[in-house]
Write a protein that binds this ligand. Structure first.
Ligand code: PLP
Length: 450
């Protein structure tokens, strides 16, 4: 049998497999510039596919698997829990759920010591909005452009992200403001500090225009994730806190992506010593091994929510398997000193290596990030900051980004590419040598975008 017929048989077999899989409707048929693969297994910072290829995971699976794939302690905790108790209605207590809440309260900032569990990030955001409305007796929610809060109706309406368009008109009661983004400033600021100040003045104006007495919450990502890792200038989150205090508005920090170590802190707000009224979390709380999310709050808000709301139908919330995974995951963060390590790696490896790439590659417009949460924004022209590819480009228009992604894939690295950005977000447990290898693959691949 010649090689041609072997290839032919392979193609027929893989076409048959594709056909078998057509019953699953994936939420994303492709991720930006990348065609997805069929993943068959994973270990540590790698995953493998049905073609037998092994990928260095620089995406952490949507910035999720912070402690790496198949961490033995996490897998063991889930197995042990499965042997004991797999499901229980959320009105009962069980040890895993209580312990997960206790550990989360222990690392949460200020007086935030009560945890309401959900099944993921969007549900956490929906519940946080409901809590703010009940607590204030007001209706409106202010959210930022260039934010992402999830795909359910309220969360996608809250998102200032192109992904909301197919769901419009969305839910009522939302208004938007511009957050700070010095590289593409809406305020024509000369520097980050001025950008932060102007963004706060703009938020104060927006509050007055909307009517502060109508506003239940300001909802924002402490560090913007999916829209390009936008780290707020010093003083910005403190300013948002002060405005919320002045007007009796609930400040909701969405830390679904930024929380649980990604920024080199338990929560990103810790970096600025800001205590929001509500924090939403998911992803990193248990590295996504079993779906889990939630809202952290003070006793005062917990009281309003418990007495005035029917939290509603969350059959699986606080699921014992998910919470056992959270207990193990938080234990790993502590035992392996992962959070402090991430902060240091951000300062000593991620930052310097990416900034050196900016020197070498004309396509690198800006490098942003902290901890293990970084992005490179690619441009066609540094002087004008013209984006490398048009907004929402596809096909031939998107060629430079696709070429970059393919150059990474050729070297066995799975990148996280979104629009004009490369998000650099490997699992936090990555060894320094492997991190440097991955960064040099990105460095080489950038030649395809220059
Ligand atoms: N909030 C933020 C900041 C996110 O990044 C995401 C998801 O990426 C969500 C909410 C939604 O989380 P989930 O996909 O778990 O619903």
């Amino acid at each position: 049998m010649g090689d041609d017929s072997v290839d032919g048989l392979r193609e027929t077999a893989s076409a048959a497999r594709r056909d078998d899989r057509r019953h699953v409707l994936h939420s994303w048929s492709s991720h930006g510039s990348l065609e997805p693969v069929v993943v068959t297994g994973a270990q540590g910072v790698h995953f493998s596919d049905e073609e037998g290829r092994r990928w260095l995971d620089f995406s952490s699976q949507l910035v999720n698997v912070n402690v790496g794939h198949q961490h033995p302690k996490l897998v063991a905790a889930i197995k042990a829990q499965a042997d004991t108790l797999c499901t229980i209605a959320p009105y009962h207590a069980n040890e895993a759920t209580s312990e997960a809440a206790r550990l989360i309260a222990e690392v949460a900032p200020g007086d935030l010591n009560r945890v309401f569990f959900t099944n993921g990030g969007a549900e956490a955001v929906e519940n946080a909005i409901r809590m703010a409305r009940l607590h204030t007796g007001r209706h409106k929610v202010l959210t930022a452009y260039r934010s992402y809060h999830g795909a359910t109706t309220g969360a996608i309406t809250a998102s200032g992200d192109p992904r909301r368009w197919p769901s419009e008109p969305g839910a009522p009661g939302f208004a938007r403001f511009w957050g700070p983004y010095p590289y593409r400033s809406a305020f024509h600021s000369a520097n980050a500090q001025e950008e932060g100040e102007r963004a706060l003045a703009h938020l104060a104006d927006t509050l007055m225009v909307e009517g502060p007495h109508t506003i239940a919450a300001v909802l924002l990502e402490s560090v913007v994730g999916g829209n390009g890792i936008l780290v707020p200038p010093d003083g910005y989150l403190q300013g948002v806190r002060a405005l919320c205090d002045t007007h009796g508005i609930v400040m909701i920090a969405d830390e679904v992506m930024a929380g649980f170590g990604r920024c080199g802190e338990w929560f990103a707000v810790d970096r600025w010593n800001v205590v929001p009224d509500l924090i939403t979390f998911a992803k990193g709380v248990n590295s996504g091994y079993v779906p889990l999310g939630g809202v952290i709050m003070s006793d005062a808000i917990a009281e309003t929510f418990a007495t005035r709301a029917y939290p509603g139908g969350l059959t699986y919330a606080g699921h014992p398997l998910a919470c056992a995974a959270a207990v193990a995951c938080i234990g790993i963060y502590k035992d392996e000193g992962l959070i402090e390590r991430t902060r240091v790696l951000g300062e000593t490896v991620f930052g310097p290596a990416l900034q050196a790439m900016q020197q070498r590659h004309p396509s690198v417009g800006e490098v942003r990030g902290l901890g293990g949460f970084w992005a490179i924004e690619l441009v066609r022209d540094r002087a004008t900051r013209e984006p490398l590819v048009p907004f929402n480009a596809s096909g031939a228009d998107n060629a430079p980004m696709t070429d970059f992604a393919n150059a990474c894939k050729k070297q066995g690295l799975w990148p996280f590419v979104a629009g004009n950005r490369v998000h650099v977000v490997p699992p936090l447990v990555i060894e320094e040598a492997t991190l440097r290898e991955g960064l040099s693959i990105i460095d080489e691949a950038l030649a395809a975008a220059d």
